[in-house]
Design a protein around this ligand. Structure first.
Ligand code: UDX
Length: 460
């Protein structure tokens, strides 16, 4: 049955959730405080890069509305989603100021009883605080439900329609609200998905725990990859063998490489560690997950130094090409991307020139935007002038231009454009044929037959 839904926040989660709920036949109003974002959306443009999203926005434009006004946005809403971001505080705790600001605005503008669905990733106990903030502003009855999101950037639309589970957390007394939310997702809960109906706090913890175990899988395989190198084992073969065990799973996050970045894993791991410290229940394993991830930058840098040394190339004279800037393929998101940390350590150690290619993200725009750059190099013209982007030509032409007279190519993000490189023609262009594969895409013999030397993350 068609519902009127309001989504507060048009970021990666809010916008995708709103557009997909419209695709399910609901009337959706997206509210955001950013005039710029709302203006773009009203013009039918998507403020974020997410494969398939522009088409879905266009297809559902009769059911979609965009506004900066809460009063307008909340009118007649059956369900109100809070999908604003929860960045990290310096302490690592989640900063909830945007969540509470949204809750206050909802309370001030609510005209009818409503169901509040908390989509944002929030520490355990936040739902109860949101309820208090709203009820302080209104005598309308609200039911606050936690329905954490598990969308992956770059696959968000697919994930919305193919969830592993729909988690719905609410305390007793809100059964009607739970039933309404279940009804909303009934078309999405297909054969293999199921509802997990639980209490509010458990639902909030499920989200953090899920992201944290995925991050821990990555750090586990990354740490193992260093041992694999020492004992002549290919870590990708180990991962292949592990994934066949259903208790580990074919989709387990066991690809060794540069490590995890993005707007979720780093933030959520930090927040859960902080909660553990606050509650005197330290999560030692998770603290190691974070440390191992940080160490991947040093480990990657030592491979880069080593391969150039072995080629008798002075690191400080090398022309370096870096393929990939976004934190993973098929996204324009660079938040906490490991690639930025790699750039920082290269520059800190005297790199002379780094030519950066990415199908979507431009280093020049990142330098201009500044806010996601490593703090050490923000506004540091001397350092930033060593970073070179590309504005013209297609991706292959950019690769040819960058590879000309280059000494080293680093594969940092495994975009499709970078996973079947023509090493014969690349090798003919380069001054030295060094390749550091930080996402374990290539095998040694695929490169050595073209005269390349290769270093990777635990492959033979
Ligand atoms: C993640 C969760 O997967 C998703 O369920 C949640 O809703 C949001 O956070 P996302 O951050 O979009 O999604 O990216 P994801 O695909 O999970 O990758 C996260 C990071 O881990 C990326 O930097 C990726 O490169 C890295 N990664 C992933 C690995 O290094 N190895 C792997 O095997 C998988």
């Amino acid at each position: 049955m068609t519902k009127n839904i309001t989504i507060i926040g048009t970021g990666y989660i809010g916008l995708v959730t709103g557009v997909c709920l419209a695709e399910l036949g609901n009337n959706v109003t997206c509210v955001d405080i950013s005039e710029e974002k709302i203006k773009k959306l009203k013009n039918g443009e998507s403020p974020i890069f997410e494969p398939g999203l522009p088409e879905l926005i266009a297809k559902n434009k009769s059911r979609l509305k965009f506004t900066t006004s809460y009063a307008e946005g909340l009118e007649g809403a059956d369900l109100i989603y809070i999908a604003v971001h929860t960045p990290s505080k310096p302490s690592g705790e989640a900063d909830l100021k945007y969540v509470f600001a949204a809750a206050k605005e909802i309370g001030e503008n609510l005209k009818i009883d409503a169901i509040i669905v908390n989509k944002s990733t929030v520490p355990v106990g936040t739902g109860h605080k949101v309820e208090k903030v709203i009820q302080k502003e209104t005598d309308k009855k609200v039911s606050v439900i936690s329905c954490p999101e598990f969308l992956r950037e770059g696959k968000a639309i697919y994930d919305f329609f193919h969830p592993y589970r729909i988690v719905i957390g609410a305390d007793t007394g809100h059964e009607k609200a739970v039933a309404t939310l279940k009804d909303l997702y009934k078309d999405v809960v297909n054969s293999h998905a199921e509802y997990i109906i639980t209490d509010l706090r458990s639902a909030e913890m499920i989200k953090y725990a899920s992201n944290s175990i995925l991050a821990t899988q990555i750090s586990f395989i990354n740490e193992l990859s260093h041992l694999c190198e020492k004992v002549g084992v290919d870590v990708t073969e180990v991962a292949r063998g592990m994934k066949l065990d259903e208790r580990i799973g074919k989709d387990a996050f066991l690809n060794a490489g540069l490590g995890f970045g993005g707007s979720c894993f780093p933030k959520d791991v930090r927040a859960l560690i902080a909660l553990g410290k606050q509650q005197n229940a330290r999560l030692n394993l998770l603290e190691q997950t974070e440390k191992i991830n940080e160490r991947q930058i040093e480990k990657s840098f030592s491979k880069i130094k080593k391969i150039l040394k072995e080629a008798n190339v002075n690191f400080k004279d090398a022309k370096i090409v870096m393929l990939g800037l976004s934190f993973k393929p098929n996204t324009d998101d660079t938040r906490e991307s490991q690639t930025f940390k790699l750039i920082d350590i290269l520059l800190k150690n005297g790199a002379k020139e780094i030519h950066i290619i990415d199908p979507i993200v431009s280093i020049d725009e990142e330098i201009h935007r500044e806010k996601f750059l490593p703090k050490r190099i923000r506004g540091n013209k001397k350092e930033l002038d060593k970073l070179h982007g590309f504005t013209d030509g297609n991706i292959q032409e950019q690769i040819v231009k960058a590879a000309t007279n280059a000494d080293l190519i680093i594969l940092a993000t495994e975009w499709g454009d970078f996973t079947s490189l023509d090493f014969a023609s690349l090798g003919a262009l380069m001054r030295n044929k060094c390749f550091v594969d930080l996402r374990n895409i290539y095998t040694k013999n695929a490169l050595e037959k073209h005269g390349f030397t290769l270093k990777n993350m635990g492959r033979k």
